[in-house]
Design a binder for this molecule. Sequence first.
Ligand code: ADP
Ligand code: ADP
Ligand code: MG
Length: 452
Amino acid sequence: MSIQRVLIANRGEIAVRVVRACKALGIESVVAVSKADQDSLAARLGDRAVTIGPARAAQSYLDQNAILAAALGVKADAIHPGYGFLAENPRFVKACEENQITFVGPRSASVAAMGNKLEAREIAKSYGVPVVPGSPRIASYEDAADIADQIGFPILFKAAAGGGGRGIRIVNKPSELKVAFQNAAAEAEAAFGDNTLYMERYIVSARHIEIQVFGDRYNNVIHLGERDCSMQRRYQKIIEEAPAAMVPQQTRQAIRDAAVALVKGISYENAGTVEFIYDEKRDEFYFLEMNTRLQVEHPITEAITGVDLVQLQLKVASGEALGYDQSEITFSGHAIECRINAESPRNSFHPSPGKITLWSPPDLEGVRLDTHCYQGYVVPPFYDSLLAKLIVHGKDRGDAIERTKEALGRFKVEGIETNIEFLSFLINDPDFASGEYNTRWVEANIGRFISG
Ligand code: ADP
Ligand code: ADP
Ligand code: MG
C-alpha cells in the first residue's frame, strides 16, 4: 500500500467508518475536525486529530485551503473526503492533484463532468444510456412553458448542480411554473451557488434504483449490484435495501449493464454510484445522475457482497488494481439500511440537537450500526442530522424486514428526538413487506403516522 497517512476531511459516522478502514489496512489516520468536533468519536479513534476551523462548515469542512493546509501540515499523502462537503467538488480534487496529495476518489475530470447534471445527461446519452425525457438549461419560467407542454406534465425543475434533494420542484400544471421555477432557482443558488435549472418529466410511479460501481486505473470496471432507495421524503432517502427485489431480473441486469457502459466509457476510477429512476408502469429505466463518491448507503452493498468498499477505495487510490472480476462478485441474502436522524417527525422533521442521555442500540445477530454517537454525546446543531445507520442483513427480504423491525423496536435513545418510531412505522407497514411503495409513499401516508 503506497498510502501511509490519510487525512479524513469529514465528520460524523463516515469519519469513524474511514478510520476503521484505515486501521484494518495499517494506514495512519488523521481526522480533520472543526472546533465543535474536537472531542468526537472519530477524533478519539483516529491516530491523530487536527483542528481545521470553527464549527461552521463554511469555515472548516468546506474550507478547501484549511483542509489542504492541514493535509500538508501533517504530511498526509492522501485525503478521504467521505460524502457531502468537498467530496464532489472538482476544484478541491484538482487542488489535491496539484499538491501531489492522493484524493481517495475519482480524477477531478470525472468529478467535474458528472457534477453538472446537464452535462452528465449528455455523457450518459452518448454511451447509449437512456435519460429521463427533459430539457436543456431553462433560463426563465416563460421559456419553460412550451417545453413543459412537449415533455408533458407533471414535470420537475431540477438544479444542474443539485444534490441532497435540493433544488427540485414538482410542477403539475402550467399555472404552477412561475413559483416552482423561482423557488427551485433560489434554493439552488443558496445551496450550490449556481441557479441553473432544467426540466425532467416527472415519473409518477417511480422507484429509485442505483448501481454501485468501481473502476481502477487499469480500465477494470465492475458493478456490485443495485440498491433500491425508493423510500424517500422530499427527494431524500430514508430506508434503502439491496438487492432491488421488486424490479424484474431482466431489467435489473439491463440497468447494471447501462451503468457499467457509462463508467467504462468515462474511464472512471474508484467508487461511484449511477442512479436511475425506474418507471414501474412502463418497465423502463432512465439515468438520473452519477454520484462520484462513496454513498451513505454503501453498507448494504457491503453486507450482501462481502466487499469492504472503503478499504477498496483506499487500495485503488493507492494504485492497486481492483482485484475482482465481475464473476467474483456474488450476492448473498438481503440487506436493509435505516437512516436514524436527530429530528422530530411529528414536528415537521425539525432537527433535534442536544445531549444524548440514553443511547442503547440493539445487540442482535445480523445487525451492524455505523455511528459516531454514544451516551453523553452532544449532537451539535451545525451539521446534518444523521446519528446512525442501522444495517440489517437477513437470509432473504422477509428475514431482513423481520430483523429490522426487532432492531428498531429495541433501539432506545433519550435526551433528543429521533425518527426511530417513524422508521418503525414505515418498516411495519404491509406495503413495505409487499414492496408496494414508490418514491411518493411517505408523502401519501405520513398523515397516518402523525395522527396515529
Ligand atoms: P446518498 O445518495 O449518498 O444518500 P445524499 O444525496 O443523501 O447521498 O447526500 C449525502 C450527503 O451529501 C448528505 O449529507 C447531503 O446533504 C450531501 N450532499 C449531497 N450532494 C451535495 C452537494 N452537491 N453539495 C453539498 N452536499 C451534498
Ligand atoms: P439529487 O442530486 O438531489 O440526489 P436526483 O436527480 O438524484 O437528485 O433526484 C433525487 C430524487 O428525486 C430521486 O431519488 C427521485 O426520488 C426524485 N426524482 C428525480 N428525478 C425524478 C424524475 N424525473 N421523476 C420522478 N422522480 C424523480
Ligand atoms: Mg441523487
